[in-house]
Design a protein around this ligand. Structure first.
Ligand code: BTN
Length: 267
């Protein structure tokens, strides 16, 4: 832990209950739940060591989203957690990780009977065309060519007050669900990541590409990808074996790499 690392107050009863339900989580993983923290990603980025850790927060006061956005979470309305894992891989081998996470989460929600789930490249979790959740992955590279990834997940369980997030969000439930539902959904998503990680470490994104493309919100549609001052328009062909987005631009196939890119339906 760094000198100024945030101290979080652990709710061990909730963590034990979560672990009992999340059967796929290996015994060696450390599972923690705290009532509140600034950002589960920030807390885990400050931790040291090679242990794989999962940290859930019931409330997040300074949560961070992609592209510098805020991601707040109020108790009961949100499922907010991060997973810290060290891969024996260089950072460039993790380019498709966020898409693999998205595909695993989508499968887990569908398996629980959630309808209308889709993925928007690179990793927005969508429901009925509106944003249901997001993934923020932050990397650090300890010595020896390894890469530590902090994989942050935010999922709307119930709608937040209007204007709380830049996009009109979707939610799993019309009202804040109770503790049991929070535990059920949390365990299902943590289990999905626990099953996905070893496969990703061994084979990268390729085994998940078919599942990701199954959920692709923009499959076959005319889209514009914009980022870093550039724009590319074409027909969305889906995610490639490494997570790059393939576009048919007037018969020429272009690949857009993961990064600071947004995808919009073409006018
Ligand atoms: C996005 O903008 O789509 C990504 C949102 C990711 C939010 C999650 S909530 C848990 C973790 N902690 C953070 O501060 N951010 C991520």
């Amino acid at each position: 832990m760094t000198a100024h690392a945030e101290t979080v107050v652990a709710d061990t009863a909730l963590a034990d209950a979560l672990r009992r339900r999340a059967c796929a989580i290996p015994d060696a993983w450390i599972v923690e739940v705290c009532a509140a923290c600034t950002s589960t990603n920030s807390v885990l980025l400050d931790r040291t060591g090679r242990d794989t850790r999962v940290l859930f927060a019931l409330e997040q006061t300074a949560g961070r989203g992609r592209r510098g956005r805020a991601w707040t979470a109020r108790p009961g309305d949100s499922l907010t957690f991060s997973l810290r894992h060290t891969f024996a891989l260089r950072a460039d081998a993790l380019s498709g990780l966020s898409l693999a996470v998205g595909a695993a989460l989508a499968d887990a929600l569908c398996a629980r009977g959630v309808t209308d789930i889709a993925l928007k490249w690179p990793n927005d979790l969508m429901r009925a065309d509106r944003k249901l959740g997001g993934v923020l992955i932050e990397l650090s590279s300890p010595p020896a060519g390894d890469t530590t990834a902090v994989i942050g997940i935010g999922l709307n369980l119930a709608p937040p007050p209007a204007g709380d997030y830049a996009h009109a969000p979707a939610a799993l439930f019309p009202d804040a669900p109770g503790r049991e539902v929070w535990l059920d959904v949390g365990a299902a998503l943590a289990d999905a990541l626990a099953r996905m990680l070893p496969q990703f470490a061994a084979h990268g994104f390729a085994p998940f590409a078919e599942r990701w493309n199954h959920y692709n919100l923009h499959a076959g549609r005319a889209v514009t990808v914009s980022g870093d001052g550039t724009q590319l328009s074409g027909q969305c062909l889906g995610a490639d074996h490494d997570g790059a987005l393939r576009l048919d631009c007037d018969g020429r196939v272009e690949r857009v790499l993961a990064g600071d890119v947004s995808l919009r339906a073409a006018p």
